[in-house]
Design a protein around this ligand. Structure first.
Ligand SMILES: [Ca+2]
Ligand SMILES: [Ca+2]
Ligand SMILES: [Ca+2]
Ligand SMILES: [Ca+2]
Length: 237
């Protein structure tokens, strides 16, 4: 019986280890052109964007999404493949109601500290608009543009491919100051989530679909609470 219990514990440990989201390192640069020409992208698996955080049930034609991650010393790379039956950008000012236009949202808690980040830089909630502008809320509670992400979207029919390179900053980041992006290394843990705001014809977004399971009634927590992000770990030399 004792041997059987030991076996179960070892099996449990192995299962726990496998559950960690490991992000592979790319040894060759990723060209941010919206084209998936890099062999590195072929070596890593897709992950689903399938958690309905806001809105009614939707069809696969209305929205479906998946993503991949890679990293190197300077960037976390995101490849997202989004099916959306209608792209709209009804707020030309990227600092106004930007979440009610179609946009890709990337959440980063660079030290995986979790906790509230609504008006701090404990974490970032980057909204990448259809015109590539990147918006989050500053520590003054006012939305502003951030230049931490280079991205390129290519849309063919209902399918958009977004390729992005993200610089990471720690909690000491100061708006309107010179900040130095982090150098990334193996074994670093990061809080991460990705989501899509889908609006096709409404005054407000119709759906908000994320990559992580958010418990409880209010699932629109990512822009406030880094505790709902997923822990990822960088692997490779
Ligand atoms: Ca590329
Ligand atoms: Ca849609
Ligand atoms: Ca943090
Ligand atoms: Ca849409």
């Amino acid at each position: 019986m004792r041997y059987f219990n030991c076996f179960l514990i070892i099996l449990l440990c192995l299962c726990c280890e496998d559950a960690t989201f490991k992000v592979s390192k790319t040894t060759k640069g990723i060209q941010i052109d919206g084209l998936v020409n890099e062999a590195s992208w072929e070596t890593v698996n897709w992950n689903p964007i399938n958690q309905r955080w806001l809105g009614k049930e939707y069809s696969a034609d209305d929205f479906s999404g998946r993503y991949k991650l890679l990293w190197d010393e300077n960037f976390l790379y995101v490849l997202a493949e989004i099916t959306d039956d209608k792209l709209i950008d009804t707020h030309p000012d990227g600092l106004v109601k930007y979440w009610d236009d179609d946009c890709l949202e990337i959440f980063i808690d660079s030290d995986n500290s979790k906790g509230i980040h609504q008006y701090t830089h404990n974490a970032f909630a980057y909204h990448i608009a259809l015109d590539d502008k990147v918006t989050d809320i500053g520590t003054d509670s006012i939305p502003r543009y951030y230049d931490h992400i280079i991205s390129k979207r290519i849309t063919k029919g209902n399918l958009s491919v977004w390729e992005a390179a993200i610089e990471l900053y720690d909690d000491s980041y100061l708006d309107d100051q010179e900040n130095t992006p982090l150098k990334l290394s193996a074994n670093k843990k990061i809080g991460f989530a990705i989501a899509y705001c889908d609006n096709d014809a409404s005054g407000e977004r119709e759906n908000f679909i994320g990559s992580t399971v958010v418990e409880g009634e209010d699932k629109n927590r990512g822009w406030i609470d880094a505790g709902v992000f997923e822990e990822i770990v960088l692997v490779g030399k």
